[in-house]
Write a protein that binds this ligand. Structure first.
Ligand SMILES: Cc1cc2nc3c(=O)[nH]c(=O)nc-3n(C[C@H](O)[C@H](O)[C@H](O)COP(=O)(O)O)c2cc1C
Length: 244
């Protein structure tokens, strides 16, 4: 089994999210081949919108940069894990650039599904639908519900439904870089590792109970505020020690 981890944090190895992703993959069976690509250290130019990929027979892109290599890795992987921070309720810019460039994987055909009216692209190679897709993201806010709906709606549309991918979302991502709350972090990451094992044992699905468990914030809002030097203010949180 080949796993491709697409690390889309500009902080590269210092990514908060990568702690969660590594724990998840550590639950996979022995012998699993894992490759990590740090897309912020790759040359991925924005899509020019020229549709040269659609005009070509095999989806060759007009831009010559590292994206051809990434597409080859996506094609070779059985499981693709995108690991990234939430930026302005969505994906960070380099991941959006990478996603746009994946137009090369689609055929120049847009249709509408008869059951729910959603638009879709035909893909050049239907084996892409056999791949398993996991989104792992952390955010700075203390709760998930107010900040993730737009990102999830986007992935629902890209993947063709919530049941077509697995999402592991982690609030209070900044807790990982504080160097504190070690016991709580260990307990949380141990649950993530168990979720990785469950995912592989359970035909690449995680129960809604496990998902719910992983969405419980690692600390109380007050504990998180103390560690990050934040304080509650006019109904919100003023963060002062985020990042390093
Ligand atoms: C430009 C920028 C935009 C952000 N936007 C959000 C946001 O919309 N909601 C949120 O909860 N956190 C937001 N954050 C916080 C990050 O999602 C959070 O720090 C995350 O844990 C960083 O993950 P990483 O270390 O893997 O990059 C933002 C951070 C930055 C730098």
């Amino acid at each position: 089994m080949k796993v491709l981890v697409i690390n889309a944090s500009p902080k590269l190895e210092r990514s908060n999210t990568l702690n969660v992703t590594r724990a998840f993959v550590s639950g996979f069976p022995e012998g699993t081949e894992v490759e990590q690509v740090d897309i912020y250290s790759k040359d991925i130019k924005p899509c020019k919108g020229c549709f040269a990929c659609w005009a070509s027979n095999d989806g060759t892109c007009a831009i010559k940069d590292d994206m051809a290599d990434i597409i080859a890795k996506i094609k070779a992987a059985d499981i693709i894990i995108e690991s990234f921070p939430l930026y302005f309720y969505g994906m960070p810019s380099q991941l959006k650039a990478m996603t746009d460039r994946c137009l090369a994987l689609a055929e120049p055909y847009m249709g509408t599904r008869s059951d729910d009216g959603q638009t879709f692209n035909k893909m050049r190679d239907n084996s892409i639908f056999e791949k398993k897709f996991v989104v792992i993201s952390s955010c700075g806010y203390v709760e998930l519900e107010p900040v993730y709906p737009a990102l999830l709606a986007q992935y629902d549309l890209i993947c063709g439904g919530r049941d077509k991918y697995t999402a592991i979302l982690c609030p209070m991502g900044e807790v990982f870089m504080t160097g504190k709350a070690k016991r709580q972090i260990r307990v949380y990451l141990d649950d993530v590792k168990k979720a990785g094992a469950e995912y592989c044992e359970n035909n690449f699905k995680i129960s809604s109970e496990t998902i719910r468990k992983l969405q419980i914030p690692i600390l109380s809002p007050e504990g998180f505020a103390t560690l990050t030097g934040s304080h509650q203010n006019e109904g919100g949180w003023a963060a002062s020690r985020f990042g390093n």
